[in-house]
Design a protein around this ligand. Structure first.
Ligand code: PMP
Length: 341
């Protein structure tokens, strides 16, 4: 068989790599460090066990009923809401419905760049600058793009974007995606701007503060037309499985738990930020469940050799580490490793 049957540009995409080392302290993927409370885990399992039969496809009417209930809880119209297999599927769908001229600002969450390389006709990647503390500036935005992908709080740095800047982006471009994967840690959402800007799309996930990374559950808010296009692309409700349905049955409780946990993590994060400063690390103020600071590759390797998984970044010839915020006990353990470094 000839090798012309596949796209060479896909072959050239970087492989997904994670260090294959058993972690004693897993601080590399911004997950929530603890399992769900037992009663809520049991409620999800109970739904899965008693409400559904695996030989049947998820039924559209069941999906619509759940969506109605959840949109009432969230205080938005059901026409402005879609559920996805993780935020990643929501991001992918936005790239499919638009995907002509796409712009992304780095450093940021890498999957959208991957999606855009596969799906967009023209991708521009603009580097956020060290000298500006990696804060997005108005001059960098650009105009007349078909899709701009923004994250707030942005990973890995942790900063948030002003409403004013978001409005400027919306006024000058077509689709504007704001990834709010970490919104529970920031006391900030752009949901109010949906009323003013029909091109705004807000992406959310239960993988972070809600602690359900393993379930791959996300949701998206947008204008009715955008949601209907995304539904066509994903062939809703067949993009989801019964585990997602069991999550939907318990949506309000999981959401509320995520908001509470967000507050707990903020305290631990801000305390750790002060610790980093005291120990002479150049750390960035973060609104997410992670902290980003300048540190050598050697320190990253040392931590890894002790089973402490973090993320290493090399930007503008400088080295950085991003740590996810774990439990208080875990952060105390990390403090011991970082003291005097
Ligand atoms: N958006 C951002 C900014 C992320 O950091 C991540 C995961 N690390 C995701 C989306 C992926 O979310 P999900 O697990 O729901 O696909």
């Amino acid at each position: 068989m000839s090798e012309n049957y596949y796209r060479k540009d896909i072959e050239d995409l970087p492989d997904f790599k994670v260090e294959n080392i058993k972690a004693t302290l897993k601080l590399d993927q911004n997950e929530y460090p603890e399992k769900l409370p037992k009663y809520l885990r049991n409620k999800i399992f109970h739904s899965l066990k008693n409400k559904y039969t695996e030989n049947r496809y998820p039924q559209p009417i069941d999906y619509l009923n759940k969506k109605k209930k959840i949109s009432e809880f969230l205080g938005i119209s059901e026409k402005n809401l879609i559920f996805t297999m993780g935020a990643d599927q929501g991001i992918l769908a936005t790239m499919i419905i638009s995907g002509k001229k796409v712009k992304i600002f780095t450093p940021t969450y890498p999957i959208p760049e991957n999606d855009a390389k596969i799906l967009s006709k023209e991708l521009s990647i603009e580097a956020l600058k060290y000298e500006n503390d990696f804060v997005l500036s108005k001059e960098q935005i650009g105009k007349n793009l078909d899709l701009i992908y923004l994250v707030s709080p942005n990973s890995p740095v942790g900063n948030i974007i002003d409403d004013e800047l978001v409005e400027y982006v919306c006024k000058n471009n077509q689709l504007v995606v704001i990834d709010e994967a970490y919104f529970e840690y920031s006391n900030k959402t752009y949901i109010e701007l949906l009323k003013k800007h029909e091109n705004l799309i807000i992406i959310r996930t239960f993988s972070k503060a809600c602690g359900l990374a393993g379930y791959r559950f996300g949701y998206v808010f947008a204008n009715e037309k955008i949601i209907s296009l995304m539904e066509k692309v994903l062939f809703v409700p067949y993009n989801l499985g019964l585990c997602h349905y069991a999550i939907m049955d318990n949506f309000s409780e999981i959401f509320t738990l995520g908001m509470e946990r967000g507050k707990i993590v903020q305290k631990i994060r801000d305390e750790f930020y002060l610790f980093l400063k005291k120990n002479s690390f150049k750390s960035y103020k973060s609104y997410g469940n992670f902290l980003f600071f300048e540190a050598s590759r050697k320190l990253y390797d040392e931590l890894l050799s002790k089973g402490i998984k973090t993320r290493y970044y090399h930007i503008e010839s400088k080295d950085f580490i991003r740590i996810s915020i774990g439990t208080k006990k875990e952060m105390d353990q990390l403090k011991k490793e970082l003291k005097g470094k």
